[in-house]
Design a protein around this ligand. Structure first.
Ligand SMILES: Cc1ncc(COP(=O)(O)O)c(C=O)c1O
Length: 399
């Protein structure tokens, strides 16, 4: 990406910011959209038609980002709300099952399935990751004619590899199951075409590679699937009032809006929508293809260089599994904020103390690049890692 893009992110030069998979940096145009929105709220309150127009623009942007139709996109406040809205609205029968790989999931795509087990007597079928990868064969082996849903991340929470979405969708379809994708990590980082991939539902939030705020997101549901669902929560923006005001509703049969629109509830996070709309304008201007190429090139450089230093890069040499996240350590070990390996904790501390912002998740150091990064960031992180390896003799100890 060119230097003008980096210049839009004041936070990009304060530190080596490699933590987009925790939370992304907000660029100037997004901050300006937030300020404009607040100024209107402060001075004149806010015209409802304009607020709705902000939501409509964001929805159009969300749909465009994933090649969906606008009525396949519901507005939500985060990933877990999207996952839950969809998950609980499926017509579960006792003995149905859901298949997932909890070792690669954020907890928010685990809890709800156990809740549905209590509520509806469903079976939660779990499989183990394979070297940090989502194991399509074991997922497929766990499916049968009672599998209603297969859920997985597009890019795992940790170690952050791309999933084989085509393989999983095709396996789910073979048994007549639906697919639900946690796309928290991928939207805004990699190109996604939900129609081409055949995904049934996908949940996203806007604070990571979408470069905007916490507390806003969206839920895609394929039109044919959504039209057959009865939302558990229902409010005015999900009801088709044929243009009448909501107070016109008396007793009668509720008519839901078309597709995923029925999952919209009451007032929106208009501020979040203003921010997301501005962020999507930027992504569209830069081109998602160019963004993805940039991120994958930087992460490949980082992974290769850290491997050369003898560090345990999860997944080994850069390959098709790598998107914008590079993880170092023993995948699957540790607690949320620490690795099991004291050496990895020391490396984490060394990088953080020297201004390389990143996270530890599921026992690995998770370094994730954004559009604001360039090669100088990668060089700096690698140089610091090299210094640490030299002073601690880490690679010698391993050999
Ligand atoms: C894969 C994944 N899913 C979900 C979340 C968060 O879910 P929510 O937006 O509901 O807080 C995160 C990160 O915070 C994540 O990495």
């Amino acid at each position: 990406m060119n230097p003008e893009i980096r210049a839009l992110f004041p936070g990009a030069t304060a530190k080596v910011y490699l933590d987009v998979s925790a939370v992304g940096l907000v660029p100037d145009p997004v901050r300006e959209a937030i300020e404009d929105h607040l100024r209107v709220r402060q001075l004149v309150g806010g015209d409802k038609n304009e607020l709705w127009a902000t939501v409509a623009a964001a929805r159009k942007g969300f749909a465009g980002l994933i090649n969906a139709d606008e009525d396949e996109v519901a507005i939500t406040k985060n990933v877990s709300e999207g996952l839950n809205l969809f998950g609980v609205s499926l017509p579960w029968r006792s003995g149905d099952n859901v298949v997932l790989c909890p070792g690669l999931e954020h907890p928010n795509n685990i809890f709800l399935w156990y809740n549905l087990r209590t509520l509806h007597g469903i079976e939660v079928r779990t499989v183990e990751p394979r070297d940090g990868h989502l194991p399509v064969t074991s997922m497929s082996d766990a499916m049968d004619e009672r599998t209603r849903l297969v859920t997985f991340p597009s890019i795992s929470f940790a170690p952050g590899f791309l999933s084989d979405i085509e393989g999983l969708v095709s396996a789910a379809r073979e048994v007549g199951a639906l697919t639900l994708v946690d796309a928290a990590q991928s939207i805004g980082a990699v190109q996604t075409d939900v129609h081409a991939l055949g995904i049934d539902a996908l949940a996203v939030a806007t604070q990571k590679s979408m470069m905007s705020l916490y507390g806003s997101g969206f839920l895609y549901i394929r039109r044919e699937v959504a039209d057959g669902l009865i939302p558990i929560h229902i409010a005015r923006y999900g009801i088709d009032l044929e243009g009448a005001h909501e107070t016109a509703f008396s007793e009668g049969e509720l008519r839901f809006k078309a597709g995923a629109l029925r999952f919209d509830l009451g007032n929106y996070n208009y501020l979040g929508m203003a921010a997301a709309g501005a962020a999507i304008e930027l992504l569209n201007r830069w081109g998602m293809g160019a963004v993805e190429t940039h991120l994958r090139s930087l992460s490949a450089q980082l992974a290769a260089a850290l491997l050369d230093l003898g560090l345990p890069v999860v997944g080994g040499p850069p390959g098709s599994h790598l998107a914008h996240i590079v993880s170092v350590g023993q995948s699957g070990g540790g607690r949320h904020y620490t690795a099991d390996d004291p050496a990895m904790n020391a490396l984490h501390q060394h990088l953080m103390e020297n201004g390389v912002q990143h996270s530890v998740r599921s026992g690995v150091l998770r370094l994730s690049v954004g559009v604001h990064n360039d090669e100088t960031d990668i060089d700096r992180a690698v140089e610091l890692a090299k210094r640490w390896v030299r002073t601690t003799g880490y690679s010698r100890r391993r050999a």
